[in-house]
Design a protein around this ligand. Structure first.
Ligand code: MN
Length: 243
C-alpha cells in the first residue's frame, strides 16, 4: 500500500469504524485488508452515530428515519445486487468508486455505490454536539477562500445551484488545496472517471429533496442555512488532517 492509498483508507476508517459492531462487514479471509479499513461486499448501512431526533430542530426525526433506514438502506441493497457477478464484486467501496465509469453497464453501481459512500460519510459529518472549526482549519479555509464567510457563501451556492438532486462538497486536492464543488445525483469526488475535480471529501451536504422536503418543502436555502448548526467540525478537521 503506498502513502496515498493509506491516506485514502484512513480517511474512510472514520466511516467504517461506525460499522464496527456489524459482523456482516467482515471481509473475506483472503483479503489483506481488515474490516476497519475500507468495507467490502456485502455492504451494510452503518448505524447512525446519534438518535434520529438528535438534530432537531434543524433536521427532523422523520426525515432522519426515512433518510437513513429507507433511502440509504435502498442504496446498500441495490449496490449489493448491482455488483453481483461483476468485476466490482471483490473490490472495496473506495476501489469501486475509483473505477466506476459513465458507461450504461456501470449505472447501478455508480448510483448506488455513490449513494452508500455519500450517506455513510454524511451521517458522520453531522452532530447534535456544538462544534467549531479549529484555528488551524479556519486558517486553511481563509487561505483558499479569502474568509470563512466567503467559504460558507460558496458552499451554500454550490448547494443551491445544484440543479435537481445532488451534493455540495468541500474537498482537499493536491497540495492540501481546498475547493468547493457540487455533483449531480450520487456522484462524488472519488469517482475519478466521472467528476471534473477530484479530491478527498471532508464536508458534504445532501441536497436531494428527500433530505429536507418534509420540514423545508421547496425552501432548500433554509435547509442549507440550518445545516451549519449541526456540522461536526471535529470530523471535518480529522478528515482534513488525514487528507
Ligand atoms: Mn440522501
Amino acid at each position: 500500500m503506498n502513502k496515498r492509498e493509506f491516506i485514502k483508507l484512513t480517511s474512510l476508517a472514520g466511516v467504517a469504524a461506525l460499522s464496527g459492531p456489524l459482523s456482516s462487514l467482515a471481509v473475506p479471509v483472503t483479503s489483506a485488508k481488515t474490516s476497519s479499513d475500507d468495507p467490502k461486499a456485502p455492504f451494510v448501512v452503518p448505524p447512525l452515530p446519534y438518535a434520529y431526533d438528535a438534530l432537531e430542530p434543524y433536521i427532523d426525526k422523520m426525515t432522519m428515519e426515512l433518510h437513513h433506514d429507507k433511502h440509504h438502506g435502498a442504496y446498500v441493497k441495490n449496490l449489493n445486487e448491482a455488483i453481483k457477478g461483476t468485476p466490482f464484486a471483490t473490490l472495496s467501496l473506495e476501489e469501486i468508486l475509483h473505477k466506476v465509469t459513465t458507461a450504461d453497464k456501470d449505472k447501478g453501481i455508480r448510483n448506488n455505490g455513490g449513494g452508500h459512500y455519500n450517506h455513510s460519510l454524511f451521517w458522520t459529518l453531522l452532530s447534535p454536539k456544538k462544534t467549531t472549526p479549529s484555528d488551524k482549519l479556519k486558517a486553511a479555509i481563509t487561505k483558499d477562500f479569502g474568509s470563512f464567510e466567503k467559504f460558507q457563501e460558496k458552499f451554500n451556492d454550490a448547494g443551491k445551484t445544484q440543479f435537481g438532486s445532488g451534493w455540495a462538497w468541500l474537498i482537499v486536492g493536491p497540495g492540501k488545496k481546498l475547493s468547493v464543488i457540487n455533483t449531480p445525483n450520487q456522484d462524488n469526488p472519488l469517482m475519478h472517471n466521472i467528476v471534473k475535480e477530484k479530491g478527498t471529501p471532508i464536508l458534504a451536504l445532501d441536497v436531494w429533496e428527500h433530505a429536507y422536503y418534509l420540514k423545508y418543502q421547496n425552501k432548500r436555502p433554509d435547509y442549507i442555512n440550518a445545516f451549519w448548526n449541526v456540522v461536526n467540525w471535529d470530523e471535518v478537521e480529522k478528515r482534513y488532517n488525514n487528507a
